[in-house]
Design a protein around this ligand. Structure first.
Ligand code: HEC
Ligand code: HEC
Ligand code: HEC
Ligand code: HEC
Ligand code: HEC
Ligand code: HEC
Ligand code: HEC
Ligand code: HEC
Length: 453
């Protein structure tokens, strides 16, 4: 089977290189020197011989990739397979694809932000400073608590599934890693193994480089228009614990995008995309794109004041950004379309919502401290009602309340947010009081698998 495939590929190559391949030459000028002939792309100019062969052979064996590439802006600018996939022989990721065996050309299917930085240094530098780079890989790779969640609990290690086996890895690979990214591991032929590739935004590559630029501009079109649409963020920013796309769709901004977005201009050149091209902000407008005096950034942390994802919301600092500067920049974004009156009110409302949530959290921490001192906390937090609820308090309901307020989705601020924050808190308080009264931990978790998700 495999031999037949190689033979077919070789035959195709000879056909392309032989003079018989020539008939397709005349109409080529019309289409940037590229034309489609019997489903095989024949390239006449603009590329070196070595770069041409990738396109020609791949137009047969992976036609979908070539079609997407050829319709993207980089395809038009003759940035080709060769520019991104060819690596030095001594690169830790160097291997040879099936069509290149026996040549002195080495390729890698793995491509990190470092390859893109050769031509887009500014975007890569900003990206590397953001939570989308190193920090995104921390939960998957560096946190003991998360390791235990992924391999012991979700990987059914507690049922005896062997640590590190494909079955044990399945939940990490199919879930966390696809959004966050993990460490790519290599087999003997330098190709990725153990379901560690491809990965999410913070993927770490075998040469030490970090980050997958294509989560927002997907391969092989790499389109700016795509990244400017909310759908580009929605594959990761959704669900019960960070429902950003749901909040957006229910906000006035989302209402306008959903009603009119198909008529907006998403193609404007970088830093020229302004209100008028669109009528309400998408995720990119508030978090990344240039607008008015605010310049485009690939550092999504730059315009944030609060940390709205962790247990207690604090002003952003150090690796997480600069909260005061973030506040100034975000206000500037709003003021392109809203008055100062409107903007200041919204920003103060967010500060109040953060303070309200933090009040619940601080009280919960105080109850937990007392239970711990009195030996009334279960060892396994996933079997202890109080601790399970405390997780939902910040990770689900509390995030929804905070992020719903930040991004103007009242249903998430309230019904999925503060309403449930208060209910969860009341239940925690009841368990706390009961434990103090009886001096005992309940036999079974009162929350079990039916938590307020
Ligand atoms: C601008 C850079 C760039 C160009 C140009 C490019 N690629 Fe890619 N390609 C990527 C990136 C990025 C990935 C994903 C790498 C990762 O996740 O580590 C990828 C992945 C791939 C993969 C493996 C994934 C899969 O779906 O099977 C193949 C095969 C591939 N590219 C072939 C091609 C071919 C053929 C061309 C030329 C027509 C090409 N690429 C042009 C950047 C590029
Ligand atoms: C003679 C045909 C041929 C040529 C020339 C060729 N390839 Fe391939 N390539 C293949 C085939 C066949 C595969 C395997 C496809 C599959 O697995 O279904 C492949 C796979 C790949 C992959 C996926 C990873 C891997 O190693 O399997 C990448 C990336 C890739 N080629 C890039 C390139 C680049 C870059 C060039 C030009 C420098 C090139 N190819 C030239 C035939 C070719
Ligand atoms: C060899 C240089 C080179 C490399 C490597 C390269 N690019 Fe580009 N890229 C360009 C050029 C040139 C353009 C401008 C194309 C145009 O608009 O004419 C461009 C444009 C873009 C655009 C704008 C497309 C649009 O719709 O306007 C994006 C996004 C992009 N590149 C992303 C990437 C990513 C992601 C990588 C790495 C996977 C990468 N580039 C690697 C040269 C490169
Ligand atoms: C979180 C999503 C996201 C990621 C990850 C991302 N981009 Fe972008 N990118 C965007 C958005 C949104 C724009 C459009 C900005 C605007 O409106 O001008 C953009 C624009 C671009 C452009 C056009 C020029 C510019 O700066 O506006 C290039 C080139 C580019 N990105 C390259 C990259 C590279 C290289 C990486 C990885 C280092 C990367 N992108 C990672 C969302 C992303
Ligand atoms: C492939 C998944 C993925 C995509 C697509 C994605 N993100 Fe993210 N984003 C993440 C992850 C994972 C984190 C958490 C990083 C961490 O651990 O700190 C994150 C964090 C963030 C943060 C908080 C920064 C921090 O870490 O403190 C912002 C803001 C953000 N993303 C905005 C966006 C926007 C806007 C888009 C679309 C233009 C987008 N993201 C696309 C996965 C993604
Ligand atoms: C659907 C995509 C997705 C999946 C699957 C996912 N996450 Fe996340 N994760 C995100 C996003 C997006 C954020 C940013 C949340 C925010 O800003 O509120 C995040 C934030 C986090 C954070 C807080 C940020 C930090 O660096 O401290 C941790 C920890 C985390 N995730 C761990 C995990 C673990 C472990 C798994 C698997 C058991 C997982 N996540 C699965 C998308 C995902
Ligand atoms: C109207 C502007 C606006 C739009 C549109 C918008 N956001 Fe936000 N976003 C904000 C503001 C404001 C905050 C809170 C900033 C602060 O801390 O001051 C925020 C916070 C966030 C956070 C939380 C970071 C943390 O601290 O955990 C993430 C993640 C995020 N946004 C992603 C998205 C995504 C994804 C979309 C689109 C689906 C989106 N945003 C749409 C304005 C916006
Ligand atoms: C590109 C323009 C634009 C930007 C930027 C923008 N908005 Fe809006 N916003 C609108 C439009 C248009 C409406 C709809 C007004 C209506 O309902 O008639 C709206 C509505 C709202 C609403 C609903 C209440 C109302 O006024 O009807 C809130 C709240 C809001 N925006 C907050 C913000 C905040 C906070 C920011 C900055 C983080 C921001 N907006 C940035 C255009 C924008």
């Amino acid at each position: 089977m495999k031999n037949r495939r190689v033979l077919a590929v070789m035959a195709g190559l000879f056909w392309l290189l032989s003079p018989a391949a020539a008939p397709a030459q005349t109409p080529a000028e019309k289409t940037h020197g590229i034309e489609l002939e019997k489903q095989v792309l024949i390239v006449h100019r603009g590329y070196t011989e070595a770069a041409k062969q990738c396109i020609e052979c791949h137009s047969k064996n992976t036609p979908g990739i070539v079609e997407n590439w050829k319709n993207g802006k980089m395809g038009h600018a003759t940035v080709s397979c060769y520019d991104c996939h060819v690596v030095e022989k001594d690169s830790p990721m160097a291997s040879q694809c099936e069509g290149l065996k026996g040549t002195d050309i080495y390729t890698s299917p793995m491509i990190s932000s470092q390859t893109c930085s050769k031509c887009h240094p500014r975007e890569a530098e900003q990206f590397l400073k953001s939570g989308h780079a190193r920090l995104a890989g921390v939960p998957v790779l560096e946190s003991d608590g998360m390791q235990s969640l992924m391999y012991l609990n979700e990987g059914a290690g507690f049922l005896g599934v062997e640590k590190g086996s494909p079955v044990n890895n399945a939940s990490r690979a199919a879930g966390c890693q696809a959004c966050h990214g993990g460490q790519v591991e290599l087999g003997k032929d330098n190709k990725p193994v153990n379901a560690t590739w491809p990965g999410g935004v913070g993927t770490r590559y075998p040469d030490g480089s970090i980050g997958n630029c294509t989560v927002c501009h997907t391969r092989h079109q790499f389109s700016v228009a795509e990244a400017r649409k909310p759908e580009a963020c929605a594959s990761c920013h959704l669900g019960p614990d960070h429902p950003n796309i749901e909040i957006y769709n229910e906000s006035k901004h989302g209402q306008i995008y959903l009603a009119h977005g198909d008529k907006w201009n998403f193609e404007a050149a970088p830093d020229t995309w302004e209100p008028g091209d669109y009528h309400s902000p998408t995720c990119a407008v508030c978090h990344m794109s240039g607008i008015g005096d605010v310049t485009t950034t690939h550092n999504v942390n730059e315009r944030l004041k609060w940390d709205l994802m962790h247990k207690r919301s604090e002003l952003r600092k150090n690796e997480r950004g600069d909260g005061e500067k973030g506040d100034r920049l975000m206000r500037q974004v709003c003021k392109n379309c809203h008055s100062s009156l409107h903007t200041n009110y919204q920003r103060e409302l967010l500060d109040s919502a953060v303070a309200l949530y933090n009040t619940y959290w601080d009280k919960a921490v105080a109850m937990k401290k007392e239970l711990k001192e009195k030996n009334l906390l279960g060892k396994d937090p996933w079997k202890d009602g109080f601790q399970e609820l405390m997780y939902y308090l910040w990770h689900h309901t509390g995030r929804r309340a905070r992020q719903g307020t930040a991004m103007n989705g009242p249903d998430y601020s309230h019904w999925h947010g503060f309403f449930q924050v208060f209910q969860v808190y009341k239940d925690m308080e009841a368990i706390y009081k009961k434990r103090l009264e009886t001096g005992k931990i309940e036999d079974l978790s009162t929350v079990m698998s039916t938590g307020p998700i």
